[in-house]
Design a protein. Structure first.
Length: 442
C-alpha cells in the first residue's frame, strides 16, 4: 500500500514510525515531513520514507501529488487541512483518505457548534454560552463569578483558550477576542464555559461512521512550567495510561460521551471517520467534556502508538471502510511517557538554528524513541527550527520506570536554551493518588 501522511510535527513522526512497521506499507511519503521522519524506513522493503516539499494546507499541490503517485491512502495529521475540506476534495477525486470530512471536522473547527451539539444530545459538559457581543458575554461571565474559560470559536493555533479566575481577567479575555480581534476571524464568536474543577485527561476514540473504539486514557501537560505554571503551550509532555479511571470507570465514561455523540451524528447526518479526541475533566459529579478535537492529540500520539499492538494501517483502513466493528484494539500493558524538549522562550519568542547533540546516545537506550517536531538540517548539522523541538518517549513495565527512562534519554540530548518540564507523569505518582495505580491494559 502506498501511503501519504500529511503534517510535519511530532504527531506525524509518530504516525509515520508506526505505519512504517506495517507489512502493508510498500511506499510512504510525508508532506512536508521533518528531518526525523526522513530517517524512518519501511519494515517490509527497507526503503526510506520520502519527505515531500508541500505544505499541509497546500490542498491543490497535495492532491496533484497523491494523484500522480497513485497514493492508496492519505492520512491527515493536523486540524487545519481537515477544516479546509481536504477529505471532501480527496473523496470527490476518487481517492481514499483517513480523517473526518469538513462537516465532521466542525467538532474541532467550531467550539460553538460542538457546544450546541453536546447540549442538544445530552453529552456531559460545562455550562456555557456563545456570544458575538462583548456586553452580553461579560454579563454571562459575571453570572459565573468571572471563573470561566473564554474560547475562540475557530481554530487559533492553540492560542484560542483563556482561563479566567475573576471578572477582570474575563473582561480582558472578552475584549481581546471580540473587540480587539487579536485572533482575527477565529475569535469573531466566542464560547464562555464555567470553569470546571478536577483532573483533566485526554480520551481518544477511533471512529468509522457507526462504531467508536475507545483508547486507554492519557494525560497531556499544557502549561510551560513545572506544577502547571506558566503559559499554555501545544503540550509539554504526556503519559499513558492514567490511574484516575479504572477499567469500569473508563468504559462508563466512554458510554456517557460516545453513545449520545454517535446518536447525534446519525440524527444530523454527520459521517465521522477518524479520531474523536475529547478533552475531559473528571469532576465530582462525573466526567465532563471540555472540548472536542477531530484528530490525534500531540503529544498523546507519541505515548499511544508505542503501546498499540495492532497494525496501524489495518486500523485506519477499517476506519475509512466502516469496518471497525470487526477490530479489537490491543494495547501493551507497558506505560509510556513523552517529555517535550522545547526551545528557550517557548511558547513566546525563541531563537532557531541551535545545534542538537546527543540523539545517537539517546537512541541506544532500550524502549526509547525520539520523535522530531521542530528540527532542520543546516550545513549538514541537525538544528532547532521550532518551539517544540523533540518528543522524547520511553515505555516500561510501569509508569515510574517509564518516567525514569524518558528523563534518562532527555539528559543525553543537548541544545542551547533547551527547556523541558521535569514533572511529566507526577500527578499519577504523587501522594494524592493514595497508592492507586493503572490497571493492567487500561
Amino acid at each position: 500500500m502506498r501511503i501519504l501522511v500529511i503534517g510535519s510535527g511530532g504527531r506525524e513522526h509518530a504516525l509515520v514510525w508506526k505505519l512504517a512497521q506495517s507489512p502493508h506499507a510498500t511506499e510512504l511519503w510525508c508532506a512536508p515531513g521533518n528531518t526525523g521522519i526522513a530517517q524512518e524506513r519501511l519494515a517490509k522493503t527497507g526503503q526510506a520514507v520520502q519527505c515531500v516539499a508541500l505544505g499541509a494546507e497546500d490542498l491543490p499541490g497535495l492532491l496533484a501529488f497523491a494523484q500522480a503517485n497513485r497514493a492508496d491512502l492519505t492520512v491527515v495529521g493536523p486540524d487545519n487541512p481537515l477544516a479546509l475540506g481536504i477529505v471532501d476534495l480527496w473523496q470527490q477525486s476518487g481517492l481514499r483518505i483517513w480523517g473526518p470530512n469538513r462537516s465532521a471536522a466542525r467538532f474541532e473547527a467550531s467550539k460553538a457548534f460542538a457546544q450546541r451539539f453536546m447540549e442538544q444530545y445530552g453529552i456531559p459538559t460545562a455550562r456555557a454560552g456563545t456570544f458575538e457581543d462583548a456586553t452580553a458575554a461579560s454579563r454571562f461571565a459575571a453570572s459565573l463569578g468571572g471563573r470561566c474559560a473564554v474560547k475562540a470559536d475557530g481554530l487559533a493555533l492553540g492560542k484560542g483558550v483563556l482561563i479566567c479566575r475573576d471578572m477582570a481577567q474575563a473582561d480582558s479575555a472578552i475584549q481581546e477576542m471580540l473587540v480587539k480581534r487579536t485572533l482575527g476571524g477565529a475569535g469573531a464568536k466566542i464560547v464562555i464555559q464555567e470553569l470546571l474543577e478536577g483532573m483533566e485527561i485526554s480520551l481518544h476514540a477511533l471512529c468509522d461512521g457507526q462504531t467508536a473504539r475507545l483508547f486507554p486514557t492519557a494525560q497531556d501537560h499544557k502549561r510551560a512550567l513545572d506544577g502547571d505554571l506558566g503559559l499554555n503551550t501545544g503540550g509539554m509532555g504526556a503519559y499513558s495510561p492514567t490511574p484516575f479511571l479504572n477499567e469500569a470507570e473508563l468504559a462508563a465514561a466512554g458510554r456517557s460521551i460516545l453513545e449520545p455523540w454517535l446518536r447525534g451524528c446519525a440524527q444530523e447526518g454527520i459521517d465521522f471517520h477518524g479520531i474523536l479526541y475529547p478533552g475531559v475533566m473528571l469532576t465530582r459529579t462525573g466526567p465532563k467534556v471540555l472540548e472536542f478535537n477531530a484528530r490525534f492529540g500531540d503529544p498523546e500520539t507519541q505515548v499511544y502508538l508505542p503501546r498499540l499492538e495492532n497494525d496501524l494501517v489495518e486500523m485506519l483502513d477499517a476506519s475509512v471502510c466502516g469496518k471497525l466493528s470487526g477490530i479489537e484494539l490491543k494495547w501493551s500493558r507497558m506505560a509510556s511517557v513523552c517529555v517535550v524538549m522545547a526551545s528557550g522562550g517557548y511558547p513566546g519568542s525563541y531563537a532557531k538554528g541551535k545545534p542538537i547533540q546527543g540523539l545517537e546516545n539517546a537512541a541506544r537506550l532500550p524502549n526509547t524513541k525520539v520523535f522530531h517536531a521542530g528540527t532542520a538540517l543546516a550545513d549538514g548539522r541537525l538544528v532547532t527550527s521550532g518551539g517544540r523541538v523533540l518528543g522524547v518517549t520511553a515505555w516500561a513495565k510501569d509508569l515510574r520506570s517509564a518516567q525514569a527512562a524518558a528523563y534518562a534519554a532527555v539528559e543525553r540530548i543537548h541544545f542551547e536554551g533547551a527547556h523541558f518540564r521535569r514533572d511529566i507523569g507526577a500527578k499519577a505518582l504523587g501522594p494524592a493518588q493514595n497508592g492507586r495505580r493503572p490497571l493492567p491494559g487500561q
